[in-house]
Design a protein around this ligand. Sequence first.
Ligand SMILES: C[S@@+](CC[C@H](N)C(=O)[O-])C[C@H]1O[C@@H](n2cnc3c(N)ncnc32)[C@H](O)[C@@H]1O
Length: 283
Amino acid sequence: MEQTNGGTAQAVAFYSGHPISAALVLTRLRAARGGLVGLRPEELWAHDQDHFGGLAANDTLAKLAGIGPGSRVADFCAGLGGPARYYAQVFGADVTGVELTPARVAGAAELSALVGLQDRVRVLQGDVTRAPLPDGAFDAVVSQEALLHVPDKAAALAEAFRVLRPGGRVVFSDWACHSPLPPDDADLMWQGMAAQTLQSLDGYRDLLTRAGFVELHIEDMTEAWGPILRERLRMYQAMRGEAAAAGTPPGDDAFHRSYVRFVELILARQLGGIRAEGVKPPA
Ligand SMILES: C[S@@+](CC[C@H](N)C(=O)[O-])C[C@H]1O[C@@H](n2cnc3c(N)ncnc32)[C@H](O)[C@@H]1O
């Protein structure tokens, strides 16, 4: 889908008012356990993952990216740091996230400190098209359901290539566009969820190749996403009232409307999902 480059302000506005917030996570945990003292990393897992497929998707990404004890991992578009803390806690990785939305950067720091992972997980404020990370410093770059917001995906993949060591792996999931969206739908996905410059599978293959990656593998996740997204729609519908009652961001009308249509477009295979892998050639 060729769509006007809308920049990054829409994504920041969207995620500043998104129902998945550190404030809602902490409200839930205070209510469930009477306070936050002694909070363990695994108590966050039901609440802090903002992608499709939950912890199983993290496990798959970690396996494909070769993440293990001591791996240096960059998480592009890290959100509240949920996946980053999981890679650190379960796989023993040292994780540096890059995240655009200030409220999420602050939320990630608060949650990581509460569970004692601040020395192995840090989420830096930044844009993945200009990642504030050194050259060649990471064994793996991962990202989940986020590049859909990035106008210049070629620049983000060039940054993934730059920060990886030779032989390092990039693995990410993202929306895909199987056939061009009618203008009304494209506009709804932009207004409601800041989605732009969506790629087909071939489009992503081309972008990864042009960034320099080899050993590409791109999996079509669309069938698997159908039931996951139906469930996620129900989750957001319930969360809207919960967040409003808690006084945390409930998401705006455009988001809730666009999500209904998003699920329809996935089920109709106009939109879909991919998981992509590539390797930076060994030196
Ligand atoms: C759906 S959330 C995914 C968060 C995280 N990957 C997860 O799985 O929990 C997408 C995230 O991408 C971030 N984002 C969007 N555009 C970005 C950019 N250009 N650079 C860095 N982060 C960005 C948003 O602020 C949001 O937190």
